[in-house]
Structure formats: structure tokens, C-alpha cells
Design a protein around this ligand. Sequence first.
Ligand code: LLP
Length: 418
Amino acid sequence: MHEFTFKDNELYCEDIKISTIAKKFPTPFYLYSYKTLIDHYRKLKTAFSAISPLICFSVKSNSNIAMLRALVKNGAGLDIVSGGELYRARLAGADPKKIVYAGVGKRPDEIMDAIKFGILFFNVESEEELETIQNIAASLKKRVNIAIRINPDVVPKTHSHIATGKGDSKFGLDFETVHKIFNSQWRYPDLKIRGVHIHIGSQIVDADPFEEAIRKVLDFLKKYNIEVDHFNIGGGLGIIYSIENPQTAKNFAKRILPILKKTRLKIILEPGRFISGNSGILVTKVLYTKITPRNTFVIVDGGMSELIRPSLYTAYHKIVPVKVAQDSSQTCDKVDIVGPICESGDFLGKDRLLPMMHKGDLLAVMGAGAYGFAMSSNYNSRPRAAEVMVINSKVHIIRRQEDYADLVRGESIPKELK
Ligand code: LLP
């Protein structure tokens, strides 16, 4: 459920007309509902309340500091993957003891900053990384908490680009290597291996692969008598973009809680999309329509620079007019909704049934709160979009639209060229 709903043929964000918001901010812009964001966080928290897990929101899905602040204020921790995300986490006032840090390529300077900030764990993904963290911990004379990311070799049914728990992926370590690490902890005197971590992929709609991965890890810990106190079961919960029928937080908990309850481990979850995905939309305006012998194109002012998911993963995002014409007998056409970028792969939706669109009409691209703005770019020298959030019937700008000066910030022309 989300708070983008139609009333009298007009799309609202909570109780505010989106057409009214669009008069204040230039399109394209991202629009978030605070209520939807927090509702999703709470849904998960409630579903798992029997074991009071730490829920670390995955910053990569939406890293705007206002979004992070909203979640942090409501008790969330954060899952980060870079020094930049650590910087954002600090600005959002995150509790260091609720931050976990994953990623296969952490740089020494990033590791050093995170240790100094006092994060809960690094989710370590290779032996060389362990050695690096050990050396930095020794130089700082700090004891550093570690969780080992295990690659459980399970096959989640999702797009190959977002499957991470298969044996051939770059993420995590195989059971044998993890066993070896636990047997050679003396090599890491300044590290305390306190947990294990998995993250098997993203947009996973069914609980089977989660259950399989969790069981594999617990069996492994038992078999080798490995003692840790934390188990981070990752993120990856799927949401509805089109016809998916993903497990609800409640059903997911029903499936895996009985297994987790049998352990004494403190459980960490690190969902991104489940919390942020449906909390945001992209609002874009029709620039032109064009009918060719083969297709009808609706050309809008937002494209792959704002939302790359359709181009990159052929991801489906529902697209709806912000105002539906009163005349319901209006016929719908099959159209391609495309952006202004000079790439044939620049589309937001193909073969969509839409009523006749006109210049200036607004369209809403739904389910764009996760991996939307976060993956946007300046391609074709397009200033990045504004981000706007509705909180308690008030509209707040949480990132202004970039201008042309932002585009060239940091660039310079060498003297020789002047
Ligand atoms: N934890 C780790 C270690 C991750 O790598 C990720 C996402 C998450 C948690 C959160 O996953 P989520 O709950 O959001 O599924 N750009 C792609 C998704 C890439 C996911 C990367 N890792 C997309 O637009 O679908």
C-alpha cells in the first residue's frame, strides 16, 4: 500500500494534489510520501517484533539525507557501502552503533573513517579485506567488529544483474573459506568476528530462497560449532511494480521467524526497496507526441538520466496520467513513453495503454522511490531532478533541481587551452 491514490480522477500524494505540487517545482521531479516510507519500515518492524531485530535501511536505494533522517528518527539503522554513504549517514544523525558496512571494494580511507565513527560492523567480503581492516585497526589501536559475508550459493528468481547469492557472484565468501577464516582468527588479533551476513539478491518475491540461504548458514554454524552473536540476513524483499505477488512482511516473517527464533542470534535486516520503493514516484511532463508508421511516442521531460531501471533491467514501472480526463469513454492508445536522451534505450515504458496525451500533461512513474534518484546521472548534461517530500500535508523540497553551474562544478580548462 502507498499514499499515491486517485480521488476524483486526480492523483494525490497523501492529501495533496500532485498537479498542485507540479506548479511549484519544475518537472521532472521525484516526489516522496513520508507516511508511505515510515509505514513500510514499521510493517517490517512489527512483523519481526518477536525477535526485535535491528533494521538497517539500505542507503543505496535512496540516499537523500531527509529520507535517511526520517527513518533514523523512527529508530532505523543504516546499511552503507561507501565513504559517501557514511558521510550521508552522519549528516542524517545516524547512531554509529546501528550502521553496518558492506561492499567488496572498501578503500582503506573509507575503512579508517568508519572505524573512527564507531560503526557496528564491517560485512567483510574477502580475506584481503580482513587483512586490510586488521592492519588499520592495529594502527588505530582499536578493536573492530566484523561480520563475514557468506555466499550461500542459492538461486533467487530475479534479474541476473541483481542476484548476489549465487556461487559465481563476486559477493561474499564460500563456506569453505569462511570456515578457514573462523579457524584462523589468531591472524586478526584486533578484529572480533561477531557475525555472519548474507544478501542473496534484490526484488525477490518469494520466501523460498531466503529460507534456503538462512538454513544453509545456520547448518554451517552448527556443523562447525562456530560461535557468533549476530546474523545479518540482508535485504532483497520484492515489491509490486506490476503483476508481482510478493510475500508481505507478515508472511515473510511467518516463514522465517520460526527458524530464527530457535537461535539466540541478534538478527539484522537490511531492506532498501521494501521501505523506499513505493514511497516515491517520478513526475514528468509530456513535451511532444509523435506518431510514426510503427509507433506512437509520448516524449516526456524525464528519461534514463532520471530513472535508468527500465533501460538497464527492462524493469516495469507503472505509468499513469496525473489527471484523468473526465470523459471516461476516451479511448486508450498503445504508446511508448520515451525520454529526451539521445539513446534508443531511453524509455520509461513501452506498449502502454494511455489515453491521448497532450503537451504539458503530467505523468507519474510509480514505484520510483528505490534506485530511482540514487541511480540518476547527468548524462546528456542534464541537471539532476529535484526531490520533494510530503510530510503531514506539507510539501518540502529535500533536494533542489540542479542548475547548469552544478553540471560543470569541479571542471576546469587547463591554461594551455586558454
Ligand atoms: N544489502 C546489501 C548488501 C545490498 O547489496 C543491497 C542491494 C541491499 C541490502 C538492499 O537490497 P533491496 O532490499 O533494496 O533489494 N539497482 C537495482 C538493485 C540493486 C541492489 C543492490 N544491493 C535495482 O534497481 O533493482
